[in-house]
Design a protein around this ligand. Structure first.
Ligand code: SAM
Length: 322
């Protein structure tokens, strides 16, 4: 009974989000969090190993090289909560570094059940590390983790992979401030941020020649067809990647190659897309190192360290809740 209610709540939220975002005047959108069903999470894992997508390797290189140094800046032992852990592969280095100090508790927070399962498998066998997954949205999951801690326990929140870049800059500030209100003084946030680099390199990272990112983007329409009774004809959409110089972000769109009608049964929606009209599915904002320090200051953190990969400009930022 409880399962049915949860499933119904999920479908009605998904349907409501699809309805409201697809009817935004001037620019239709779909929320990027819906890219990650089982197929989307598997495609994202493949994107992470593409030669053109240097982001994940840079993130991983920094963690592998500097996990001990990062952890040495944290004065006590920490419980670790990770927002949108994905498969958690890169997190191993942080957990191993912390586990040298004693028992470490790790709480991955994920909306994708298959990603959470992969993460539990990936990190479930590390000595001195206990893992409890939360299949919840970011802040709901973080609140649940924070509530179960005892007096004196400290929390290290991981937000890796430049997932912060999926938020508009102002929404990113609001999000980090919300994270801060859940944390106590002395807690910490390790934030991964992809840095601005030359435009062709950035575009190629989201438009690989093998078409994996294209499939990842189109799967969002396929998911709506599967789960909400939509009738998107995937063959009539083109994966489009843009660099928005003013906002310093990559935008992923799906462009309708001709005029077409689409119906989505569970959302009670019928729309007509014009030829050339796009649906905006994801943003990936890029940062300057100094900008992240200022973002931390504005949202109640102090930047205690920044580690930058030179091969693929990317920064790990250790932010302390003050
Ligand atoms: C860009 S991927 C990054 C995964 C991993 N952290 C990495 O660095 O490779 C974002 C992850 O966040 C999850 N996610 C997206 N929106 C979420 C939300 N609102 N709450 C919880 N997880 C979310 C997705 O399922 C996905 O696994």
């Amino acid at each position: 009974m409880a399962t049915t209610t949860l499933a119904q709540r999920y479908v009605s939220e998904f349907a409501a989000d699809v309805r409201s975002s697809l009817t935004i005047p001037l620019q239709r959108e779909l929320p990027s969090k819906y890219l990650y069903d089982e197929v989307g999470s598997a495609l994202f894992e493949t994107i992470c190993v593409l030669p053109e997508y240097g982001l994940t390797r840079a993130d991983a290189r920094l963690l592998r090289r500097y996990a001990r140094e990062i952890v040495s800046k944290l004065p006590w032992s920490f419980h670790v909560a990770e927002l949108g852990s994905g498969s958690g592969k890169k997190t191993r280095w942080i957990l191993e570094a912390l586990s040298h100090r004693g028992q470490t508790y790790y709480y991955p927070i994920e909306i994708s059940p298959s990603a959470l399962e992969a993460c539990e498998k990936e990190l479930g066998q590390i000595d001195m590390v206990s893992i409890v997954g939360y299949e919840r949205p970011y802040l709901e999951g973080l609140r649940a983790v924070a509530e179960r801690r005892e007096d004196g326990d400290h929390l290290l929140v991981l937000f890796l992979g430049s997932t912060i870049g999926n938020f508009d800059r102002s929404a990113g500030d609001v999000f980090l401030s919300e994270v801060r209100t859940i944390l106590k003084d002395g807690d910490a946030l390790l934030l991964g941020t992809d840095l601005v680099k030359d435009v062709p390199r950035q575009l190629l990272a989201y438009d690989d020649p093998a078409g994996v990112t294209r499939a990842f983007n189109l799967n969002l329409l396929a998911r709506i067809n599967r789960e909400l009774g939509g009738n998107f004809n995937l063959a009539r959409f083109r994966h489009q990647v843009r660099w928005n110089a003013e906002e310093r972000r990559i935008e992923m769109h799906l462009e309708s190659t001709g005029q077409q009608d689409v119906a989505i049964h569970a959302a009670g929606l019928r729309i007509t897309l014009a030829a050339g009209e796009t649906i905006w599915t994801e943003s990936s904002h890029k940062y300057e190192p100094r900008e992240v320090v200022n973002m931390a200051k504005r949202t109640g953190f102090t930047c205690a360290g920044q580690w930058i990969d030179e091969e693929w400009p990317f920064a790990q930022n250790l932010l302390l809740a003050r």
